[in-house]
Design a protein. Structure first.
Length: 313
C-alpha cells in the first residue's frame, strides 16, 4: 500500500523528470506496521547516497505520527554502504509520544543476496543506517540568531552545471558523461573549487541551492528534501585545507554520522544559502558543520563527521 502521505499535494505537470524522481524517492510503500520500503536511485554512484537515506528515514518516521508535526532534530549513523540495486526497508520504533514531543528510532535495512552473483539466492539483512528523530509543533518563545552571512546573490553566480563545463577538458573522456550528468538540485557555488587540482585553502565554502518545481507540499517534504541536499558538499569541506577533492587519487571518503536541527520554517523552492566549514581533521576523520539560511533567517543547522583516508597509489 502506497503511503505517500494523504497530506501530499499532486505535483505540477511542469515538474522535470529529475525532480519527479526526488518525489518518487520520498514515496514509501508501507509493507507492515511501522515498516516501509523505498526505492534506491543512482544519485552519486553505485552506493546509496547518504542524503537519500536521511530523507527516506525522516519520511518513514513522519508517517508514524498520529498528529502531523515537523521534525526539530535528527541524529543518524551510516553503518554500511548501501547498494543502489536494492530497495531499502525502514523499520520505525515509537519511542515516545508526549503532548508536544514525539521520538522515533529508524533502522534502514537492505536484504542482500548471500551470493552476490545470484540475485535469486537467499538474502540476509544488513543494517546500513540508524537514526533517532524528534518531532515537535512550532510554538512561540525566546528567539535569537546572529546576522545572516553576506555572500554574492544567487542570480549573480554560475550554476554547478555551468562550472563543470569549464573543467571538462581535465576529465578523462571515459568519465566525462558521468561528470556532466545534471544534479537533481540546482546548486550555485559561491567560491568554486577546482575539482581536479584544488589548492589548499581555508576549509569554508558556501552554496546557494533550491528545488523549484515541486509545487505545494507539506513541511515533511520540505524537511526531507533539505536533509537530502545537506549531504552534498559537506563531507568534502574538511578536504579543503589539505588541497584535496572528491576526485583526488587514492582518497577514501565516507560519511560516518549526520545530525540536523530545524529551527524555523523555510521553502525549498526558494534559494537557501548553505554555508559549510570544518574546524579539525585528525585520526583519518574530519568534522564538518553547516548552516542553512533563507531571507535572513537561520532555518537549519547540520554537522557531519567523515572518514578520510589517503592511500598511496
Amino acid at each position: 500500500m502506497k503511503t505517500s502521505f494523504d497530506r501530499y499535494q499532486t505535483p505540477p505537470e511542469s515538474m522535470t523528470a529529475d525532480v519527479a524522481q526526488l518525489i518518487d524517492t520520498l514515496t514509501l510503500d508501507k509493507i507492515a506496521t511501522d515498516t516501509f520500503q523505498a526505492p534506491s536511485f543512482d544519485y552519486v554512484g553505485p552506493r546509496v547516497f547518504g542524503g537519500q537515506v536521511l530523507a527516506q528515514a525522516l519520511m518513514a518516521a513522519a508517517q508514524t505520527l498520529e498528529i502531523d508535526k515537523p521534525c526539530h532534530s535528527l541524529h543518524g549513523y551510516f553503518l554500511r554502504g548501501g547498494d543502489i540495486q536494492l530497495p531499502v526497508v525502514y523499520q520505525v520504533r515509537r519511542l515516545r509520544d508526549g503532548r508536544s514531543l514525539s521520538a522515533r528510532e529508524i533502522t534502514a535495512v537492505q536484504y542482500v543476496p548471500t551470493h552476490a552473483d545470484d540475485k535469486s539466492a537467499k538474502t540476509k539483512p544488513q543494517v546500513i543506517f540508524s537514526m533517532i528523530a524528534s518531532f515537535s509543533p512550532m510554538e512561540g518563545g525566546l528567539d535569537y540568531q546572529p546576522a545572516m552571512p553576506q555572500y554574492p546573490a544567487a542570480d549573480s553566480l554560475k550554476t554547478e552545471q555551468q562550472l563543470k563545463a569549464d573543467y571538462l577538458h581535465k576529465i578523462p573522456e571515459s568519465l566525462q558523461a558521468r561528470f556532466m550528468r545534471p544534479r537533481h538540485v540546482e546548486i550555485r557555488p559561491v567560491h568554486p573549487q577546482d575539482p581536479i587540482s584544488p589548492a589548499p585553502t581555508t576549509p569554508r565554502q558556501a552554496n546557494w541551492l533550491r528545488i523549484s518545481d515541486i509545487g505545494e507540499q507539506p513541511v515533511a517534504i520540505h524537511q526531507a528534501l533539505l536533509a537530502f541536499v545537506s549531504d552534498y558538499y559537506l563531507v568534502g569541506t574538511a578536504l579543503m585545507s589539505h588541497g584535496l577533492s572528491l576526485m583526488s587519487r587514492g582518497l577514501q571518503l565516507a560519511s560516518i554520522d549526520h545530525s540536523m536541527h530545524f529551527h524555523r520554517p523555510f521553502d525549498i523552492r526558494e534559494f537557501l544559502l548553505y554555508e559549510m566549514w570544518s574546524d579539525t581533521t585528525s585520526h583519518a576523520k574530519g568534522l564538518n558543520h553547516g548552516q542553512f539560511w533563507q531571507a535572513g533567517k537561520l532555518v537549519a543547522t547540520t554537522q557531519q563527521e567523515g572518514l578520510m583516508r589517503l592511500h598511496a597509489d
